[in-house]
Ligand binder design. Structure first.
Ligand code: NAD
Length: 273
């Protein structure tokens, strides 16, 4: 299957299929260097969050790159302790300032707390005011999305969820696609737990690709956006170069069959942060 490097969201905005994730890169130098390297390698999407504590470094790297703002797709997220209508608007202002931008491409509720509806209404307000180009959510199960739908004038256009071969999220992805919600996979590499599986190893050998590239190509084939993280220049580049080969349908199915419902982090129905 030929796959374009961007996906068209429900409102027509184009979002890069592979973005650069910056979780656990708190030190200014680490985040600055990582984003600089990613932009040099050709990434145009960066995924950060208020809680990652690196929005300033991301903003500095964007500025230093000299790349035109219109070519970039920047995602950030409102943290749990800032949820609610007014708090979310305030948190957004802070993120915008730290990133040194005048709009954000995609703004997400980071985790679904009981205040998720008010939080989403604030995100919707930001969308109406054209301060964000795309409204979205993260870690929302189907029932959380249904709570959002009950109050939304504009449905979220992206749901960022944990997804990798050990957690293929078939039911939630199908529900999202039915509602024109694009799925972004976080922890797309599943922190490497499937890299040594024979299915992945054999495909890597067949296509002369690395296990990470096989897994990322699988994400593209099943319709996902993926935001792998690395601080190693060779891996940053490698993770973007997944457009010059394709997996056959039975190969995609074999990777999907590795699903064990294994989460690397909390279930959105049960977290305490
Ligand atoms: P990931 O699947 O991107 O794995 C990252 C780890 O994989 C790295 O630490 C690195 O050691 C290794 N790696 C990267 N490229 C590799 C390669 N080519 N070969 C071998 N190993 C490689 O997991 P992640 O960092 O947890 O998630 C990615 C991004 O998703 C984060 O940076 C963040 O932006 C986002 N995220 C979002 C949430 C959320 O709640 N919305 C939660 C976690 C992460």
């Amino acid at each position: 299957m030929t796959i374009s490097t961007t996906i068209t969201l429900a409102n027509g905005v184009e979002m890069p299929r592979i973005g650069y994730g910056v979780f656990r890169m708190k030190e200014h130098e680490v985040a600055f260097n990582g984003v600089t390297e990613a932009l040099k390698a050709g990434y145009r999407a960066i995924d950060t969050a208020a809680i990652y504590d690196n929005e300033e470094a991301v903003g500095d790297a964007i500025k230093a790159s000299g790349i035109d703002r219109s070519e970039l797709f920047i995602t950030t997220k409102v943290w749990n302790s800032d949820q609610g209508f007014d708090n979310t608007l305030r948190a957004f202002e802070t993120s915008l300032k730290k990133l040194q931008l005048d709009y954000i491409d995609l703004y997400l509720t980071h985790w679904p707390k009981p205040t998720l509806a008010d939080t989403y209404k604030a995100i919707e307000r930001l969308y109406e005011e054209k301060l964000i180009r795309v409204p979205g959510v993260s870690n929302h199960h189907q029932h959380h999305l249904e709570e959002v739908f009950a109050v939304a004038n504009v449905k979220p256009m992206v749901n960022q969820i944990e997804c990798h071969p050990s957690l293929s999220q078939d039911a939630l992805r199908a529900f999202c696609h039915e509602h024109q919600i694009a799925v972004t996979a976080w922890a797309p590499l599943g922190t490497g737990i499937v890299f040594t599986h024979p299915v992945i190893r054999n495909l890597a050998e067949k296509y002369s690709k690395t296990p990470a590239q096989i897994v990322l190509r699988w994400h593209l084939e099943i319709g996902n956006i993926a935001i792998p993280k690395s601080v190693t220049p060779a891996r940053i580049a490698e993770n973007l170069h997944v457009y010059d080969f394709a997996l056959a349908a039975d190969e995609v199915a074999a990777i999907s069959a590795l699903n064990t419902f294994h989460r690397t982090s909390a279930d959105p129905d049960n977290f305490d942060f």
